[in-house]
Design a protein around this ligand. Structure first.
Ligand SMILES: Cc1ncc(COP(=O)(O)O)c(C=O)c1O
Length: 275
């Protein structure tokens, strides 16, 4: 139970053990929500000085997220409403594609599994790869499945599991998949980012999804991190204005401070990881 009216929303006697579901927003994040909202009307698409201010904040947020996940290309970071949206964008091109095989582990989050099942209904060859008794996906199983894949191969395997905490050998999985054919490799890294070192480049992945509310950031803000800043040919999930290069239209959450909070959160997590 929380104690309504207390500054942090947390009763000091409470022991909360469900941080994989969500975390308490940190006091710094809460402060920055107020501070950013107090900066004034900020829209990164505006041509005037306020627009420049908003763009600077967005650049800072991208840099911080890039630092956090080892991506050297902040331009490949697209802010989303959370990891559910990021996972759906990553798997979106499969929806009407008879030429693709999608490999996912059987223990993915519902946002990956349901997107995969939808792709299957629309003709994609979807294969659910089982994990062993330790909850691990064998990279050899990926190599075998990749060998009989269709023309295009997409692999989506989580970095860490939300219930068991098992960390998948994502780098080996990517290597084995690519040993057979060119592949687009995505990982839902929600339960890993900010908790263990995550380096998208070193792991040899094309894309990862993350979300701020698992690392003491606000709910409703996440990111899809892409190695290719042009988006690997992924279509936008939503069509709108040309914000974020038209890839994800709509005014960001900068005005509510969320992207800036994400930046603060990410920067702090990166510093913690280095200690
Ligand atoms: C592994 C994993 N992926 C995706 C999500 C969805 O994240 P969001 O709540 O940001 O949509 C969660 C959240 O529960 C999760 O644990």
């Amino acid at each position: 139970m929380t104690a309504p009216g207390t500054a942090s929303g947390i009763d000091p006697r409470e022991i909360y053990l469900d941080a994989n579901a969500t975390t308490q927003a940190s006091p710094e994040v809460m402060t920055s929500v107020i501070e950013t909202m107090s900066l004034g009307p900020l829209n990164a698409a505006s041509a005037h000085v306020r627009g420049g201010q908003a763009r600077d904040l967005t650049v800072a947020a991208r840099d911080a997220v890039a630092l956090l996940v080892g991506g050297s290309l902040p331009e490949g970071i697209y802010f989303t409403s959370g990891a559910t949206e990021a996972n759906n964008i990553a798997l979106a091109p499969l929806r009407r594609d008879g030429t693709t095989t999608l490999l996912v582990s059987a223990v993915e989050h519902a946002s990956v599994l349901h997107a995969a099942l939808e792709a299957q209904r629309r003709g994609c060859d979807v294969r659910l790869l089982p994990v062993d008794g330790d909850g691990l996906l064998d990279p050899d199983a990926v190599r075998v499945a990749a060998a009989s894949a269709r023309e295009r191969l997409v692999v989506s395997v989580q970095w860490a599991n939300s219930e068991t905490g098992v960390v998948q050998p994502v780098a080996a999985i990517a290597r084995e998949a690519r040993a057979r054919r060119e592949a687009f490799i995505h990982s839902d890294a929600v339960q890993a980012v900010g908790r263990i070192p995550v380096d998208i480049e070193a792991a040899g992945l094309d894309a990862i999804s993350l979300t701020a509310h698992k690392m003491h950031g606000p709910q409703g803000i996440g990111a899809l991190v892409l190695q290719d800043p042009d988006g690997h040919g992924l279509p936008p999930l939503m069509f709108g204005g040309d914000q974020q290069g038209g890839f994800r239209g709509g005014l960001g959450k900068l005005h509510s401070g969320a992207e800036w909070n994400f930046c603060l959160t990410a920067a702090r997590m990166a510093a913690d990881q280095e200690r």
